[in-house]
Design a protein around this ligand. Structure first.
Ligand code: AHR
Length: 483
């Protein structure tokens, strides 16, 4: 099959924020995953795991959503500031009923962001919090002048304000975040955003409203209609369940049947329809596309690993996660004119993670390697193909800094694919070709065998007289960079 790459036309920019992450006070996402405390034997910088920081710096995480999720609507920021031994202990009623020490709070979050080089995306508590609480927290974080909250921040050891790039007002208000109707939430959003203080006029905090759950198009319509003029972003939550069944069995992370490989791919592909339809509704109210669609929770959600706390959402991560994430990221690229941020759930030890930790050990998951591979698409201009790709193949192309990158995933479990590409402007050479694959569909990394699935150089591409030939092995993602 021959595919033409229209690399002379410039598409929209694929925002780097599409590669954002989410970390909630859930299971071992924060405690054990990010934060171990200064007195830990695990190497750390001010309590933050060094191995984790080093791994995340390499993939240039652009933004980190925190502190939830459901947890956000029970989080009171004052519990997480001041001397550690005086911080209030609470029970995390959302996730496992465990004690939350509040040792990871606002200062630790910004320290972590600073160490990994990411920007802040704060979720504000509207479930059990107040407008005043949001106002005070924002003043605490971002006020440069002499003010009560800024002075409290100084007393706690941080003189300069931090920068908050994005702020989400609530979390899933259509469900556990308040069981609200869209009309009520929209009015609440209008109220909260009115009192959100903006002290840095050159860097206004971008206001994100809670958007729909999956295919709730009525929600999008109502929020855009009632609050559309007041928001910068509207969120969407959609998880990929291999079985599609929330109530009984979502499906195992490894040792799953072939049918659950393919159904996971089909469920991942649904993201395209969801974005298309929500974007059409947004176009009605915002034809200039001022408001971003922000997919701030996505990823594969499986049954927890046997023997682990069901409230901790700890799951393994395999080659299947790589292929389904490639499908999803390629869909985000396709909709780059509207989708300008996304956060995979979640960063460490929870759902579809980048990293897994056990005591002092850390392993990079197959999904981590996909995020590493796809860095070449961050902030690159989208490039289109002239035709659809074969069934079971997902692909995307973009260019930046004079280089063109084509990334292709073949989720057929047995058939390789031979693809040929021609170009509007022929590249002169292949700069690199990389592959992520494995010998089994559930190939994954463990603490004993951490390098079963990684990013490797690959020799399956040739460029001759402007024709690029690619051999795409079964169950693999291949990325070719040309110039
Ligand atoms: O990511 C886990 C949970 O899924 C989040 O807390 C919630 O927002 C969603 O339902």
């Amino acid at each position: 099959m021959k595919i033409r790459v229209h690399n002379q036309e410039t598409g929209p920019k694929i925002s780097k924020y599409i590669y954002g992450q989410f970390s909630e006070h859930l299971g071992r996402g924060v405690y054990g995953g990010i934060y171990v405390g200064r007195n830990s034997d695990i190497p750390n910088v001010r309590g933050l795991r060094l191995d984790v920081i080093q791994a995340l710096r390499k993939i240039h995480v652009p933004v980190l959503r925190w502190p939830g999720g459901l947890f956000a609507d029970t989080y009171h920021w004052r519990d997480g500031i001041g001397p550690l031994d005086q911080r209030k202990k609470i029970v995390n009623t959302n996730w496992g009923g465990v004690t939350e020490s509040n040792h990871f709070g606002t200062h630790e979050y910004f320290d972590f962001l600073n160490q990994i080089g990411a920007e802040a995306y704060i979720s504000v508590n509207i479930g059990s919090g107040t407008v005043q609480e949001m106002r005070d927290w924002t003043e605490y974080m971002t006020m440069p002048a002499d003010s009560p909250m800024a002075n409290l921040r100084r007393k706690n050891g941080h003189d300069k304000p931090w920068r908050v790039k994005f702020m989400g007002i609530g979390n899933e208000p259509w469900g556990s975040g308040g069981n609200m109707r869209p009309e009520y939430y929209s009015d609440l959003f209008r109220q909260y955003q009115t009192f959100l203080p903006q002290y840095d006029k050159d860097h206004l905090i971008k206001k994100v409203a809670c958007g729909p759950n999956e295919d709730d198009y009525n929600w999008t319509d109502k929020v855009m209609n009632i609050a559309g003029d007041y928001l910068d972003g509207l969120s969407l939550h959609y998880y990929t369940l291999p079985t599609g069944d929330w109530d009984h069995k979502k499906g195992a992370s490894t040792g799953f049947p072939t049918s659950e490989w393919y159904s996971a791919m089909e469920h991942a592909k649904l993201m395209d329809r969801l974005i298309t339809k929500h974007a059409q509704i947004m176009d009605k109210y915002d034809p200039q596309k001022r408001v971003s669609l922000i997919v701030d929770e996505w990823g594969e959600w499986h049954d927890v690993e046997p023997g682990t706390n069901p409230g901790f959402l700890y799951q393994q991560n395999s080659l299947r996660d790589v292929l389904s994430a490639a499908i999803t990221l390629n869909i985000f690229h396709k909709h780059a004119d509207r989708v300008r941020m996304a956060e995979i759930a979640q960063m460490i030890n929870v759902l579809q993670s980048m990293l897994l930790t056990k005591d002092d050990q850390m392993v990079r998951t197959p999904t981590y390697w996909l995020f590493d591979m796809y860095q070449k698409h961050m902030d690159a201009q989208l490039v289109n193909f002239d035709t659809s790709l074969p069934h079971n193949v997902t692909g995307t192309a973009s260019q930046k800094n004079g280089q063109l990158t084509i990334s292709l995933g073949n989720y057929d479990l047995t058939q390789d694919q031979q693809l040929e590409f021609t170009f509007d402007t022929a590249p002169q050479k292949i700069v690199s070709t990389q592959i992520i694959t494995g010998d089994k569909m559930d190939a994954h990394n463990t603490f004993d065998r951490p390098n079963t699935v990684t990013l490797k150089d690959y020799r399956g591409s040739q460029l001759e007289n402007g024709l690029l030939k690619v051999t795409l092995p079964a169950k693999s993602v291949v990325s070719i960079t040309l110039e």
